[in-house]
Design a protein around this ligand. Structure first.
Ligand SMILES: C[S@@+](CC[C@H](N)C(=O)[O-])C[C@H]1O[C@@H](n2cnc3c(N)ncnc32)[C@H](O)[C@@H]1O
Length: 444
């Protein structure tokens, strides 16, 4: 059976790698940013790619999809609308902006669900698969009558009674990806096999294959060590040590001061907690944060920058203010070494910045190379080239943005393969029901 798909908010197509691998013919794709879509076009040459704003392109997306379906049903509508308006990354900043009246309570980006569901209503896919941040479950949007509604209620109501489904929070490390990344997976279907499965099993996501400590028959989570320890070491001190012959296995240099903070940072700690490099005194107070009167977490201003025993400057992040060296504003998740023995925390577009959260290599004095990020994002398991059809160079910034806004394809693979198994009747019910799945994480 030919399985067909429409991909919305495609970016560079990392999630689409899983959809293609599961046997789908991705007929049409839409993405607004040309520099991201150019990568998709190179890697998915047989898909009809429409670059542009979904609000303006919806008619064309529908027409091109219908033309390619030639009367057949669309199997999957795969949509991953942007999540910055809902993401908890930067929520502190967003909250302050809303409170200061600088940001509308209803972020326009959240309304992208409206044209998405309109396309689903017109194309009637057998399966609608949405991927977003867990915060989506509580996000309000303005519907087509400008009335505020919870996104998930809006989806269910607009799809109508032919569709059954719901939303579940999924941890991608639970499917063998060396990265903790939680996503809200919303699946609705009008296919009878899938609806029957949902009513008997209560879930459309597969039983996790991995767990934190390895329990209930699941394997232990795949760690950063498993994923990257075998690559040649790098060091951010000099151009010679910061690069290697492996493509993308290179890191940005750190200036002498930053390098000093990083080289004094023990495993799994932040440079904000570093102790004295001069006299070895190890009892200087460490960094902390407190909630202010408006409920926003603020880093402590009391953390010392100078050793309480010898008075020398501690190797802690600092800046020059009014001619005086002072502790940098930041939390203990900044300038922090990741753990070798756990999955990495979610890769973000800031993955090459030591000052961002949990970005320092577990043992070496540097951030991760892009090559290592590809492995932590499971891209090594797929055929994907960071190339464009016009041959222009793809910047590191674009690569980081695409990774930061996507899900690891191997995690998405587990979900899509599971749905295909149910759709085609090759899955057995007992495979899906297990102690690790709880109805309490069902959001709709
Ligand atoms: C979460 S990312 C998608 C990730 C992607 N599925 C992947 O696997 O890499 C959301 C994408 O939606 C795109 N986007 C944002 N607004 C859009 C619009 N109005 N029309 C079409 N695409 C849009 C963004 O540029 C971004 O690349």
């Amino acid at each position: 059976m030919t399985r067909t798909a429409l991909s919305l908010f495609t970016s560079g197509g990392l999630g689409d790698l899983a959809v293609r691998q599961a046997g789908f013919d991705i007929l049409v794709s839409n993405e607004v940013l040309e520099d991201r879509h150019a990568l998709f076009k190179f890697n998915f040459p047989s898909t009809f790619a429409i670059t542009g704003d979904i609000w303006r392109q919806a008619g064309r997306i529908e027409a091109e999809t219908l033309q390619r379906l030639s009367g057949k049903a669309l199997t999957l509508l795969y949509a991953t609308p942007p999540c910055q308006g809902m993401s908890k990354n930067g929520r502190g900043k967003l909250l302050s902006a809303i409170r200061a009246g600088r940001k509308p309570v209803h972020d326009e980006r959240n309304r992208l669900i409206v044209p998405t569901i309109e396309l689903a209503r017109r194309l009637q896919p057998e399966i609608l698969l949405l991927e977003n941040v867990p915060e989506m479950a509580d996000t309000l949007v303005l519907d087509e009558h400008d009335k505020p509604v919870r996104i998930l209620e809006y989806v269910a109501e607009r799809l109508g009674p032919d569709y059954a489904g719901g939303a579940e929070v999924v941890e991608f490390a639970d499917y063998g990806v060396p990265q903790c990344r939680q996503r809200l997976i919303t699946i609705y279907s009008r296919n009878q096999h899938i609806k029957d499965w949902l009513s008997s099993c209560g879930s459309l996501t597969p039983q996790p294959t991995h767990a934190a400590e390895g329990r209930d028959g699941a394997k232990p989570w795949v760690s950063v060590r498993d994923a990257i320890a075998h690559f040649p070491p790098l060091d951010a001190k000099s151009p010679e040590t910061a690069a290697s012959e492996i493509p993308f296995h290179r890191v940005p240099l750190l200036d002498a001061m930053k390098y000093w903070w990083v080289e004094n940072t023990p495993p799994e700690r932040s440079a904000f907690d570093n102790q004295c490099a001069a006299c070895g005194f190890a009892q200087n107070p460490t960094h902390s944060s407190v909630r202010d009167s408006s409920g926003i977490n603020r880093a402590s201003r009391m953390t010392p920058l100078h050793c309480q025993q010898c008075g020398k400057m501690l190797p802690r992040p600092s800046v020059e203010r009014n001619g005086k060296r002072q502790l940098m504003h930041g939390y203990t998740s900044a300038y922090k070494r990741m753990s070798y023995d756990k999955p990495a925390s979610a890769l973000t577009r800031n993955l090459s910045y030591a000052c961002s959260d949990n970005k320092i290599h577990p043992e070496q004095n540097r951030v991760l190379s892009l090559h290592e990020a590809f492995h932590i994002h499971s891209l090594d398991q797929y055929d994907y080239a960071w190339r464009r059809t016009d041959g222009r160079k793809v910047s590191d910034k674009t690569i980081r943005e695409i990774i930061g806004e996507s899900v690891p394809p191997a995690g998405m693979q587990a979900l899509v393969d599971h749905l295909v198994g149910i759709l085609e009747g090759t899955k057995l019910h007992f495979e899906a029901v297990g102690p690790l799945f709880s109805l309490s994480n069902r959001a709709a």
